[in-house]
Design a protein around this ligand. Structure first.
Ligand code: DSN
Length: 424
């Protein structure tokens, strides 16, 4: 293939991907779609430039508008999250976590976090960012029925292992974590509390989840592209007293040039969340509750029935009786329903390739205007695909359903200029 053909093939693949996504129910809980305005500024010349340093004190010329945008982004984030200090430089949630670890702990120190089968993110584990910083990770005791950290057992373990960092937050995150309940134990142990808000940042912004900075977290780390619908990247919020250490850990520590086009997209997404975030987050949670209830009524083993299934955008289903997470996720993909397989607390981590569960997210479907009525319909589509094995018919019905949900909502209206998925 000629080089030009390769380049054209890439372009063609991107176009096909856009069309496919348009025809799918996109329910992977760590993703979202950004608005036309976010996409416009993210595709801008900012992506070609360097701006090491901070606004007004750059190591490069040509940064006056980049400075303007960075100042706006920081101000908007401070307002949205009532944070004293904001760092918008991390290029991912994992980089944000590594910066927090570097600011707070030394190699050999102990960190407590959730184990991966209990929902902990890979960057909370020794095989990833925590290990890169040389931390010894001890798991919070977990209550698998409540799908949450066990407070009483954790108090005992905190006294025993004396962590330097207690890390809350997870990639399976159905209910708020007990930050307030464990603050005193952290104080006794001399531990700082870090809260990884990647999954729930948009819910926090919309005031529909816990407020970690008010409940006792010292530092909040996050990505920017899950329930908060910005372009990919990372973010750190904290009390003022941690600002200098975090600032140094990020630059020059872990990031040289931050991704300036994504910074511009983040600033627009933050403004949109200040304007529309509450309504968006409220609907997201209504949708996940409706989806969980309907899946349960369709015969699926949805976790945490007694607790109302979920208080976030996540719904978790044990599909071990339906062939396991891998088989179910692959079958749904053939029906144009995109979800991911997921470890459940009772799964062995070595079973990651075929775990018992699937994790669903309602954030992207909510973003394109779906409500409780559509969640019921989607649960029926799951039943038809997985239990009745009508893959081809379900695929046809998904494509038909998606035709009415092409526009991104909860954002400033730029429809005259750009249409959803047609930016390029
Ligand atoms: N691994 C991502 C998730 O799907 O939760 C977060 O980075």
């Amino acid at each position: 293939m000629s080089f030009k053909k390769s380049a054209m093939k890439v372009r063609e693949a991107v176009k096909k991907h856009h069309k496919w996504m348009e025809e799918c129910l996109t329910m992977i809980a760590s993703e979202n779609v950004s608005s036309a305005l976010v996409r416009e500024v993210t595709a801008s010349d900012f992506g070609h430039r360097y701006a090491e340093g901070s606004p007004g004190e750059r190591l490069y010329q040509g940064c006056k508008y980049i400075d303007e945008v960075e100042i706006i982004a920081v101000e908007l984030a401070k307002k949205l999250f009532r944070a004293e200090y904001v760092n918008v430089l991390p290029t991912s949630g994992t980089v944000a976590n590594l910066a927090a670890y570097s600011a707070l702990a030394q190699p050999g120190d102990v960190m407590m976090a959730l184990a991966v089968p209990h929902g902990g993110h890979i960057s909370h584990a020794e095989l990833s960012a925590a290990g890169v910083r040389g931390l010894k990770v001890k798991s919070f005791p977990f209550d698998s029925e409540a799908m949450n950290i066990d407070v009483e057992k954790s108090v005992e373990k905190i006294r025993e292992v004396k962590p330097k960092i207690m890390l809350f937050g997870a990639s399976v995150f159905l209910f708020p974590h007990p930050v307030r309940e464990l603050r005193e134990a952290a104080n006794e142990a001399g531990a700082a509390i870090v809260y990884d808000a990647a999954h729930v940042l948009g819910l926090i912004a919309g005031k529909q989840f816990q407020d970690p900075l008010r409940e006792g977290a010292d530092i909040v780390t996050s990505s920017r592209h899950k329930t908060l619908p910005g372009p990919q990247g990372g973010l750190i919020l904290s009390k003022e007293e941690y600002g200098k250490k975090i600032g140094r850990a990020v630059f020059p520590g872990l990031v040289s040039n931050h991704h300036l086009h994504h910074l511009a997209g983040l600033a627009v997404a933050l403004a949109e969340m200040l304007e529309f975030g509450e309504a968006y987050a409220r609907q997201m949670i209504k949708n996940s509750k409706a989806l969980a209830q309907s899946l349960h009524e369709c015969g699926f083993n949805v976790l945490c029935e007694k607790k109302g299934f979920t208080q976030s955008h996540h719904v978790v289903v044990d599909v071990s009786k339906n062939g396991g997470g891998s088989k179910v996720a692959e079958a749904l993909e053939k029906a144009n329903i995109l979800i991911n397989k997921n470890l459940l607390p009772w799964d062995d981590i070595t079973n990651a390739k075929n775990p018992s569960g699937i994790r669903l997210g309602t954030q992207e479907l909510t973003r394109v205007g779906m409500k409780e009525k559509e969640m019921k319909e989607i649960a029926r589509l799951f039943k038809r695909a997985i239990i009745d094995k009508e893959i081809a018919n379900v695929r046809r019905d998904v494509i038909e359903m998606k035709k009415s949900f092409k526009k991104v909502k909860f954002c400033f209206d730029r429809e005259e200029a750009y249409k959803y998925y047609e930016f390029f």
